[in-house]
Design a protein around this ligand. Structure first.
Ligand SMILES: [Ca+2]
Ligand SMILES: [Ca+2]
Length: 293
């Protein structure tokens, strides 16, 4: 294992079979990690030269103090499988806003699956696949404050426990100074608050409360609509006594959510061409998708 790397390289290349831990400074560090091929990645801290690692089995960034940011850049074409041991990010201190943040930027039809930790707020994983659903590896994080996921063909937000309480609302990105309109997903799973995620320019977003433990779920759609660039938006709540409250839904071409208990009555559809549904039966005109859970 190679540990304690803090800059000091000049366009370095390291070769071998090893895991790497890159320690941030006590101040604010921004580190971009770019998977290059099946066996090599590049990382670069702002202010330092880029470092290419060949044959790396895992890469970990420990942020240290300060409000740190790790960016995982998956925009390049080609084979970008992450190291088998994953990319690990421990934001470390502080634990208050703005705190340590993570941005994952997709491309090439890649998909992301965000699962918060079932017991510890600020911990979680983001698994990735390519466009053909072939697994690309996993990003594990802990000690995080918010995260952004953008540019994906699809993002699924999955919940680890039963009885999820989820709010979807319009907002902006967390990691780019609020420059991008986004939808923000926040709430708790089994009473454990999960780390909020902001999503924009992701073709499809799925809020899925049915994985692992289904339970009785509450989903509040409070988006008033903005230029988040999300085309399809789905909510899956599965079995149980679920409730979906609809202030308004994120405007998207393909919207689907199971009609269970809706309160208050939905606002007019995003297109503005339909009258407000007056009953759950009527609300199903919003293209209810089969609940496959
Ligand atoms: Ca730091
Ligand atoms: Ca930190």
């Amino acid at each position: 294992m190679v540990t304690g790397l803090v800059g000091g390289f000049d366009n370095a290349e390291l070769h071998g079979i090893f895991s790497v831990v890159f320690n941030g400074t006590a101040g604010d560090d921004t580190v971009t990690v770019t998977p290059l091929t099946n066996s090599s990645i590049q990382y670069q801290r702002v202010g330092d030269p880029a470092v290419t690692l060949n044959g790396v089995t895992s890469f970990e960034f420990d942020g240290g103090g300060g409000n740190d940011l790790m960016v995982v850049d998956l925009t390049a074409a080609g084979n970008v499988t992450l190291p088998g041991g994953g990319i690990v990010y421990d934001g470390q201190g502080p634990t208050v806003a703005p705190g340590d943040m993570l941005r994952i930027v997709g491309g090439q039809g890649r998909k992301a699956f965000y699962t918060p930790d079932g017991a510890i707020t600020g911990n979680g994983t983001v698994s990735l696949t390519d466009a053909a659903n072939t697994p690309l590896g996993q990003i594990q994080f802990k000690g995080l404050e918010p995260l952004d996921i953008t540019g994906m063909a699809a993002v699924s937000v999955l919940f680890p426990n039963a009885n999820d309480s989820v709010t979807v609302q319009s907002g902006t990105d967390f990691t780019m100074g609020g420059a991008n309109p986004a939808i923000q997903v926040s709430g708790s799973s089994g009473g454990v608050v999960f780390e909020s995620v902001a999503l924009w320019n992701d073709t499809t977003v799925v809020i899925d409360t049915t994985t692992v433990h289904d339970g009785n779920d509450t989903v509040a759609l409070n988006s008033s609509g903005n230029a988040h660039g999300i085309t399809n938006f789905q909510v899956k709540t599965g079995l149980g006594t679920d409730s979906i409250s609809v202030g308004s839904v994120p405007p998207a071409a393909g919207i689907s959510f199971p009609v269970k208990s809706i309160s208050p009555p939905p606002a007019p559809s995003p297109t503005g061409t339909e009258p407000p549904p007056t009953s759950p039966r009527r609300a199903s005109s919003l293209r209810q998708a089969p609940d496959r859970s």
